[in-house]
Design a protein around this ligand. Structure first.
Ligand code: F3S
Length: 397
């Protein structure tokens, strides 16, 4: 792999031990994927934050990197295993909280913005089209490639941290033109509306195509929450973190139209949605904001809950900076007056919920998949309004 002088200097330890280790990780990764060179990145989204997943060994590694590692570019952080301020109120164990705070502090010492969100693009980490970035968190990676036209592979925790400490990533995969070209046209013969419907579309796309890059034609113009939902679902179900959507993805028209094509109709989307829904009237909890809710979504939720009370624990997950803006608009107060909670820094998938066998209602296809897997929940998938109705009535209807 060809290295520039400053990259070789990092590898020789000119900027300390952590930067050297980071460069070693990137070179090894580049060798595995046949990268010819590194590419500078303008921002990084770092994953590997929940102490639940990291464990003591992961935390020790981070604290070692934090001794002399410092971010070389803008870097933001994925969700943690708890709300960093209201953890006690949400029933998080004190021993877990202590370790979780150590994780976040270690990232903070490295100069990484402790945003603790899966929607970095909503809190100021917003790359321009064609900009190279190195993001972890699959839903954000899909959003960056698909909605913003930025270029990123799907980084893991160590490779994203390495990119943050060096400002480099190996130039392979979705950083290059060739692998970004769509290979299958998917003609959408349906008109999904709402985040649950777009999540079902992402699920159907991922299952039908696997990692092949699609060009989606015939789709209605998605809203920002719908694009978030699509990106989160498509990768969860094995799909490519780049879906060219005609008229939406900045570079969608740049490549030759694929020769292969297939159609997805209403029945295919209904089948995908049904596969994510465990049925039944009983609901024990409602969770919205996966990926983390935007200000606009909080606005919609506040309007729906005005003057009403929820009968079930209801989490609206969002980024702390988004919640702070929402608080200034009075939205957090309006939502919480209903008994629902605006939960920051985490979500019902990343937080170690002690709710095995309980039923959670959500609008998120990704949330259904991981809720079943990580926290052994039963799930009901529905649009936001339907989930909020379940929260108010105490049952699915
Ligand atoms: Fe974000 Fe948690 Fe969903 S990290 S994408 S809210 S599973």
């Amino acid at each position: 792999m060809r290295l520039e002088d400053d990259e070789r200097a990092l590898l020789d330890g000119a900027r300390g031990r952590a930067a050297r280790k980071a460069m070693e990780i990137l070179v090894a990764l580049g060798d595995i994927y046949g990268a010819e060179a590194m590419v500078p990145v303008s921002s990084v989204q770092v994953s590997g934050v929940s102490f639940h997943n990291l464990g003591e060994a992961g935390l020790e590694w981070l604290e070692e990197m934090a001794e002399d590692g410092r971010a070389a570019v803008l870097a933001t952080l994925n969700p943690a295993g708890m709300d960093l301020e209201r953890w006690a109120e949400l029933g998080v164990d004190e021993a877990f909280a202590r370790e979780q705070l150590r994780v976040v502090e270690a990232y903070g010492r490295m100069g990484i913005a402790t945003t603790c969100t899966c929607t970095p693009y909503l809190v100021g980490n917003l790359p321009a089209p064609a900009e190279h970035v190195a993001w972890a968190e699959s839903s954000a990676v899909a959003y960056a490639n698909t909605a913003l036209g930025a270029r990123t592979n799907r980084e893991g925790g160590p490779s994203a941290l390495a990119a943050a400490l060096t400002g480099r990533t190996p130039a392979y995969g979705l950083h290059l033109d060739g692998p970004r070209a769509p290979v299958v046209e998917v003609r959408l013969e349906a008109a999904p509306a709402g985040t649950a419907a777009w999540g079902a579309l992402g699920c159907a796309l991922g299952r039908a195509l696997g990692p092949r890059v699609p060009l989606l034609t015939g789709a209605p113009r998605p809203t920002l929450p719908e694009l978030k939902a699509l990106g989160a679902a498509v990768v969860t179900f094995g799909g490519s973190p780049l879906v060219h959507i005609e008229g939406v993805t900045p570079e969608a028209e740049r490549y030759p139209r694929p020769r292969e094509s297939l159609a997805l109709d209403e029945a295919a989307l209904e089948e995908a949605a049904a596969s994510l829904d465990d049925g039944g009237e009983a609901v024990d909890m409602v969770c919205l904001g996966c990926p983390h809710a935007s200000l606009e979504e909080l606005w919609t939720i506040a309007r729906h809950l005005d003057g009403r009370k929820v009968a079930l624990p209801t989490w609206i997950c969002t980024a702390r900076p988004t919640a702070e803006a929402a608080a200034r608009l009075g939205l957090v107060e309006r939502i919480e007056a209903s008994g629902a909670r605006v939960v920051c820094d985490t979500c019902f998938v990343v937080a170690p919920l002690d709710a095995a066998g309980k039923t959670v209602a959500t609008d998120s296809a990704k949330g259904c998949y991981y809720g079943r897997g990580h926290n052994r929940l039963r799930v009901r998938l529905g649009e936001v309004e339907r989930c909020l109705e379940a929260a108010v009535r105490g049952r699915w209807s």
